[in-house]
Ligand binder design. Structure first.
Ligand code: BMA
Length: 313
């Protein structure tokens, strides 16, 4: 980029949500899915309880910056059937995926068996229906595209492997429950800002050039891992085709509440809200401790994907 202005303009009121805003006892507030629903912003955020396990809370806002938290958690580990077995250690990092008039909630279900993805559905953020566990262990960070492609739903996710740096994969489903036809579409680049691992971030959203996907990438340093955000553009008709992925990060930990906290040097996104004025509000957890927001111009992010692109694989 020629300009030195930051691509993501941090909101001056950051952090926008902390544990002090939560009416029940929690240690952190972070990694929230966010969506605009009936002109209100709904945020489903993760909190560590004081036993170290996580639950999901709900906050609402009229402007996307100032949120108030519902008195009770929105989603806690299930006590019923198969979900109880696989959510025993907590529920984490929920994404809100708008698909066909409903909101599909994808979240990490932790248990003694590992981490896998659970899918739930809501229309109103009041009642919630668990649909299915949609992956085996170990797999995390699942986002679903808002529309079908040739009759199938598509998702991005991030399986774990010891052989390869953790990468972004695509899978397809006829019914949201059974997924397959999986393949890797984006990998970290050695000695790059995201060389250690990458994973899906906010659910992709559409613009005239493609699907914009804001993801996270990790670099290992002598002082531990640094989590940053990057951006990729997927083909409108074929989301497995990455048209462009920026060679540069768009956000890195800089503010004091991003640099230090429960896990230092982390900015991690699970949600972004595109606005009618051509901007997008990007929400991120700072140091796994607080929630922050910033604004970017969508065309600038698209331009970055196309102008300083690197091979996705
Ligand atoms: C990842 C996930 C995220 C977390 C990040 C930084 O592996 O556990 O929930 O924000 O690490 O700690």
């Amino acid at each position: 980029m020629k300009s030195k202005a930051p691509l993501v303009r941090r909101y001056e009121g950051n952090p926008i949500l902390t544990r002090d805003d939560v009416p029940y006892p929690v240690a952190t507030v972070h990694n929230a899915g966010v969506i605009k629903h009936n002109d209100r912003y709904i945020m489903l955020f993760r909190s560590h309880l004081h036993n170290g396990r996580s639950v999901i809370g709900r906050a609402e806002s009229t402007d996307g910056f100032s949120f108030s938290v519902h008195p009770e958690p929105f989603l806690v580990p299930s006590h019923d059937g198969i979900f109880a077995e696989y959510e025993e250690f907590g529920v984490e990092d929920l994404r809100i995926n708008p698909v066909e008039g409903a909101y599909l909630l994808t979240y990490s279900a932790y248990s003694r068996h590992g981490v896998r993805i659970a899918l739930a559905r809501t229309k109103d953020f009041k009642s919630i229906e668990r649909v299915a566990l949609v992956s085996q262990a170990d797999l995390r960070n699942t986002v679903i595209f808002p529309q079908k492609f040739q009759g199938r739903y598509a998702r991005l996710d991030r399986p774990h492997s010891e052989i390869s740096p953790w990468s972004i994969w695509i899978s397809y489903s006829p019914d949201l429950v059974h997924w397959g036809d999986s393949r890797v579409i984006m990998k970290p680049v050695p000695y790059h800002w995201d060389e250690m691992k990458i994973g899906p971030g906010a659910p992709p959203f559409k613009n005239d050039k493609g699907w914009l996907h804001i993801y996270h990438g990790v670099f290992g340093t002598m002082a531990g891992a640094v989590y940053r955000l990057g951006v990729a553009l997927h083909d409108l008709e074929d989301p497995s085709e990455v048209i462009g992925v920026s060679d540069q990060w768009i956000l890195q930990p800089e503010d004091p509440w991003e640099v230090s906290g429960y896990v230092p040097n982390v900015v991690f996104t699970c949600g972004a809200v595109p606005e009618n004025d051509g901007t997008v509000k990007i929400y991120w957890g700072g140091a796994d401790t607080v929630m922050c927001v910033g604004t970017a111009v969508i065309d600038d992010l698209v331009e970055l994907c196309l102008s300083v692109s690197r091979p996705p694989l």
